[in-house]
Write a new protein. Structure first.
Lengths: 480, 480
């Protein structure tokens, strides 16, 4: 699998999708022609053209990298997707299932029986089996575990025992170890005897008799140094190491910061237990960024582009429901001032501007806070300073945009008092919004969640309700 | 630089920041004590304690990886940041400038004179000089270019000529080439003679007499195969290659898809011109994700956490201004119905709910579209199907949430007609929102921008204005 990609040019991926779609279209055309002529279905299957199309398609799929087949499956609507999936050689099922998104994986697994699933997973590495296990039916996992030898079963079980966001869940067990007291020549001979190296091997792990990690030997040094030198003299003896319980995000930051390709993972006693590689880290970073993006938009999880309406709606209801509640609350704030609005309907036209500007500037503060927290830049020592800065910006913005809206309001309604109330309300609600954008992610972290989780909903709740309250309250007090 | 990180454990980064902050605090304490005693400033500099603190700090900084110094600089407020920056050994300035964010880089460069800047940049690789050049004063760039030899100058000039988002801007010129007709033994001897390999070298590039790329030789194969074999027999002859003009996002997808560590870059004639490595790709992915996040929140660019209020405000004004315009437009829509609102103030309380739900469900559709477009999953063949699905979900949501809001409205106001108008308006505005969320990113791409660019502003503009128009329009028509 690791070699395959090197013989594949990436320009071809989109072309491949087009070709697959064309073959499918031809296939569907034949089907519909046959259907019109009322040919019985079993005769259709016998049709020469039909067979040709399918074998051309199967051949095309065989040529593609698993990740490219995955891409094609993602881009096809359900019935075409299942047709293509059935044409994929069963020994490739496992690696392709690993490449597709969770939502599409579910739809593919649903078309397979237990025997097929066990066969698909059995060909994978233990860390890959663990990745897949979460989406497999329980009896399939059980059957699969029974088919593994004891060492592998222990590896799968240990992978499954770690938190999904931890280094333990990302590690693999595919690494090459070597002793410190051998020469580089011996090391090279050993590698040649192995006949293959795990993908992303840029260093060997140097361990002692008890499998305790004592250093790493970059392949680079192995290649360049005198072959008579000992590993101990050439190795790096203070490498970046991780523990299985480390948060994945910390490991991702270390990979970015130190430009790592692979790194050893050790247990509390320093014993080597696994390896983390840059490809897995990159997938993790992408998945985390995507999750943040989906959450910010109020989607519970990744959604198959072609999922059914019903399934998609369920994915979206939680946040729409929460949003309805917060909107209802803001609506009741306005409701409390219905008397004022009856007297001066202009208030109804102006109030969304106050709430909207608060929401937008609050979200600017919020985003910088979330970014700063993700990068560990915000500490006890500096957060007060940041709050002062954000409040300062809010004050400046309040004066600038408040004055401007005051002028606009005067221009629209020729009412000086209303214009002054508008200016004041803008100023106050921008300050409240800055405070809310600053405090919301901190509060959410205090509650034990990721700072991005629901922060925007909480912010909008505050800026809407407070924006309406401030504007309508000031108006009622000063104008009526 | 490439070796350094291997001797550094990542757990220490945050501890280092704390230690640095402690030393600075001690230093500031001495300063303030001295200040209170009215000791002249030149005597302070002579103070023993003062000197000790600074030398301890400088020593601490020398020990740290450039990326860790960069992290500390990001986390410190301006005056402390400049103090730390002055203590960094000048030969390390260049690599640290590369690691900090654009905003902080600007603040550091502002404290350096031309001579220091030229010295800092001169020690870097040509691709790194090109990265830095955008932020340097023009005369510094000129002086720098003159100090380079012809080959390097050409490389910098060519790096600068490519679009910032293209593979050309990401490539480096640090790679090892080899001929196909030599044996692996010769190749190994050649590497040993080189004495060092560029970082992230997982393969050698096999070229012919005219520097045309004919294959790649993974180090793995070099290590494992018989030393008497020829490179031609062992190499991979159809590797993934890129062109300097390829979009960076395509290359990033290929790196993720095929789990690459490095890849050759060739010109139109197939001649090897550069190399792309996974660490640069990972930084690119992170930067793109960050840019999307900042844009979604209405921030023009990355902002130094400790920038001045004035500078930060300017970063935020463009989007706040645009938001004010769209909010003003929505406000005029409401303004057109002021007569209706005077008669029935409940309309003012209910209208934000309609607009808010539209905005939220539209943003769900928008986010899935942007994601699908980023992954090239949306094509001429399937976009109609997606539109139908999104409209289907909107219909379902409209019925569900519309009925619910109808009931709530009846409960609040005991007005059946108002409840029916509320239900109908919710249904219609959710459908409009789905359509807007679907069309907005397509329209923005048609205008030549990134789909995420301003899509949310456009969406909110439509959902707010249309939400108000639909609800108040229906109410005016049926109730008054």
């Amino acid at each position: 699998m690791s070699e395959q990609h090197e013989d594949r040019a990436q320009d071809h991926v989109e072309d491949s999708l087009k070709q697959v779609m064309e073959i499918i279209a031809r296939h569907r055309l034949v089907e519909s022609l046959v259907h019109k002529q009322d040919m019985p279905r079993h005769e259709l299957v016998e049709t020469l053209v039909h067979k040709q199309n399918l074998s051309e398609l199967a051949h095309k799929l065989d040529e593609l990298h698993p990740a490219d087949v995955a891409y094609i499956l993602e881009a096809l609507p359900p019935e075409d997707r299942i047709m293509v999936w059935d044409l994929v050689k069963s020994e490739r099922d496992g690696e392709i299932l690993l490449e597709v998104s969770d939502a599409v994986r579910e739809s593919l697994i649903a078309t397979m029986d237990n025997r097929e699933l066990v066969a698909a997973a059995a060909g994978l590495d233990t860390d890959e089996i663990a990745d897949l296990a979460a989406d497999l039916p329980k009896d399939v996992v059980q059957e699969l575990m029974e088919s593994l030898d004891e060492a592998k079963r222990a590896q799968v079980a240990s992978s499954l025992s770690y938190d999904e966001e931890s280094v333990g869940a990302l590690m693999d067990y595919d690494f090459v170890t070597i002793r410190a007291d051998v020469t580089l020549e011996v090391a090279l001979r050993y590698l040649r005897r192995l006949g293959d190296l795990p993908s992303h091997t840029d260093k060997l792990f140097v361990v002692d008799r008890d499998e305790v990690l004592i250093g790493t030997l970059p392949l680079k040094r192995l290649l360049i140094h005198d072959q008579d030198a000992h590993v101990a003299a050439v190795m790096s003896d203070d490498p970046v190491v991780f523990h299985p319980s480390d948060p994945g995000t910390d490991a991702a930051q270390a990979f970015e910061r130190y430009d790592l390709v692979s790194a050893p993972i050790v247990d509390a006693k320093g014993k080597l237990v696994g390896r983390l590689t840059v490809d897995v880290v990159m997938d993790f970073i992408r998945a985390e960024a995507e999750e943040d993006m989906l959450q910010a938009a109020g989607l519970r999880e990744e959604e198959d582009l072609f999922s059914t309406v019903w399934k998609a709606a369920k994915n979206r209801w939680l946040w729409l429901g929460i949003n309805l509640c917060t909107a209802l609350f803001a609506s009741r704030v306005v409701g409390a001032f219905e008397g004022s609005i009856e007297k001066l309907a202009a208030l109804a036209a102006l109030m969304p501007i106050v709430a909207g500007m608060g929401g937008n500037s609050g979200s600017q503060t919020l985003t910088l806070m979330v970014r700063g927290m993700a990068l560990n830049l915000i500490s006890k020592e500096n957060y007060k300073r940041l709050l002062v800065k954000e409040l300062g910006i809010a004050l400046l913005n309040g004066v600038v945009w408040g004055s401007m809206m005051g002028l606009v309001t005067y221009f629209l309604y020729q009412n000086t008092d209303l214009a002054l109330v508008m200016s004041g309300a803008m100023l106050l609600s921008l300050i409240v919004a800055a405070f809310a954008g600053f405090i919301a992610p901190l509060a959410i972290v205090r509650m034990g969640h990721d700072p991005a989780f629901g922060a925007h909903v909480l912010l909008t709740f505050i800026t809407d309700s407070m924006g309406f309250l401030i504007f309508l309250g000031l108006a009622t007090f000063f104008l009526l």
